[in-house]
Design a protein around this ligand. Structure first.
Ligand SMILES: NC(=O)c1ccc[n+]([C@@H]2O[C@H](COP(=O)([O-])OP(=O)(O)OC[C@H]3O[C@@H](n4cnc5c(N)ncnc54)[C@H](O)[C@@H]3O)[C@@H](O)[C@H]2O)c1
Length: 425
């Protein structure tokens, strides 16, 4: 097998997760270039992948400034608001692109990206990693086998742990709509994608409720300081206290977001001035901390998506009620479970799930790398998330946000037609 050569753009959390795949599977992929502005991240990445100096760039702009194509593929792991411009340029230069989700936080840009990739005949695959996990593949197989009968009602919960909520959506990268996007898009485009992938039916209409209810100054403990490192009197009783969360041994997410120098001391130092040392009640966050979306499918089935940022355990849980059986599922690092409760016989059936590999997102991080490699080699599997398919899940997230803000019910046919008109204009 000849390895696929790739360039990673953005050597942060995601860039390293995919980079690790190449290090562990050198016969499948080689990382031959990088674009990353942060010198510590860049140099560490160059060292790990042994990248030649002429393929090391300070940013995507300088990598893509000239017309020569430096590899057949690029993995775009920059932050959400950089995705559109950089990906357009990558496609125009002839790269096949694996793009992190969300495609872009601006509604019309999503349609433009899809159209550009199709026009140019380039691969544009989106990192909906859940599709590539044993859990979701098993769940999809059960539903599509007809074992639960016609699907009538689904409740799907994205239970963010309280510390992940605070890390990413209060203190960190996705805290503000202006710099990232609405949380229902950033966090739940995966959930919309996986639901559509399993249901194979379109949503006819939806509504949504939610708000930023907890992470506000009025909920701060009495006397709370602006930073946890300023001798906060609530330190012992606050579950978000930063030194307890971050100044500890370990590596990987979320510790490396605080500092890529992997010591407790470096992290403690970073907490004194960086984002992650801030009191969660005194941040510049404006995205919601809980939201629900109610959807009615074309065949009348209903689906409720609950996104909640106060979970004790990071997991997705779900209940699917069909005409023949009820399915209960839990997707969690502590263990995956799917059980079927057959209505006629009362039998409870455990659905076997293949063990996850050790990669992130329940095995999805490495699963998507293999799928991308197969796609660029001309053998796409049936899980592949084309940009066209991804567009539909993104549209649901944008429609949900519109419904939440306007307190309205969004008709998805009208919403899609409106987008088409805007994209053509
Ligand atoms: N698929 C998933 O489940 C999943 C999970 C987490 C994050 N994401 C997505 O992955 C993307 C990256 O997230 P992350 O957690 O790795 O963030 P990150 O902040 O750790 O990494 C982003 C990197 O991009 C670099 N960067 C900034 N400007 C750049 C430029 N001009 N050119 C090149 N690089 C630049 C930053 O310095 C940083 O190292 C986001 O779009 C995010 O939404 C997806």
């Amino acid at each position: 097998m000849t390895p696929i050569d790739t360039i990673i753009v953005g050597a942060g959390g995601r860039g390293n997760a995919y980079g690790n795949f190449a290090l562990e599977h050198p016969r499948e992929m080689r990382v031959i270039g990088v674009a990353e502005p942060d010198p510590i991240r860049r140099e560490r990445f160059v060292r790990r992948h042994d990248i030649a100096p002429d393929l090391v760039f300070d940013d995507w702009q300088s990598l893509l400034a000239t017309h020569d194509k430096k590899a057949p593929t690029i993995i775009n792991c920059t932050m959400d608001r950089f995705h559109f411009e950089s990906t357009l340029r990558m496609l125009a230069l002839g790269y096949d692109v694996l793009l992190e989700k969300p495609m872009t936080p601006v509604l019309e840009e999503n349609a433009r990206l899809v159209r550009k990739a199709e026009e140019l005949g380039r691969v544009l695959q989106v990192c909906h990693v859940l599709r590539y996990t044993p859990f979701w593949q098993a769940l999809r197989e059960v539903i599509q086998s007809g074992k639960i009968g016609r699907v009538i009602s689904v409740t799907h919960r994205e239970n963010l742990s309280y510390y992940h909520m605070a890390h990413s959506f209060v203190r960190g990268n996705w805290r503000s709509e202006a710099t990232s996007g609405p949380m229902i898009l950033s966090k739940c485009c995966h959930d919309f994608d996986i639901l559509l992938w399993i249901l194979r039916k379109n949503v006819a209409r939806l509504n949504s409720f939610g708000s930023l209810s907890h992470f506000r100054p009025e909920h701060a403990p009495e006397g709370a300081t602006e930073r946890c490192t300023d001798g906060c009197p609530a330190a012992d009783s606050c579950k978000y206290e930063a030194t307890r969360l971050y100044a500890r041994d370990g590596s990987g997410f979320p510790l490396n977001a605080v500092s890529w120098i992997p010591t407790k001391e470096a992290r403690l130092e970073a907490l004194k001035t960086g984002w992650y040392g801030r009191c969660v009640y005194h941040c510049d966050n404006d995205v919601v901390d809980h939201q629900t979306v109610n959807m009615e499918l074309e065949d009348g089935a209903t689906v409720t998506l609950v996104m909640n940022g106060q979970g004790d355990e990071e997991c997705r849980t779900m209940r699917w009620d069909g005409a023949k059986a009820t399915l209960y599922g839990k997707f969690s690092a502590r263990g995956d479970e799917i059980t079927l409760h057959h209505h006629l016989t009362g039998e409870v059936e455990d659905i076997p799930i293949i063990a996850r590999d050790s990669s992130g997102h329940g095995g999805g991080d490495y699963g998507i790398m293999r799928s991308f490699i197969n796609t660029v080699n001309g053998n796409p599997d049936d899980s592949v998330t084309t940009a066209r398919e991804s567009l539909e899940s993104h549209l649901l997230a944008f429609a949900a946000e519109e419904a939440r803000l306007n307190k309205s019910v969004v008709d998805m046919n009208e919403f899609r037609a409106r987008l088409e008109t805007q994209a053509r204009a």
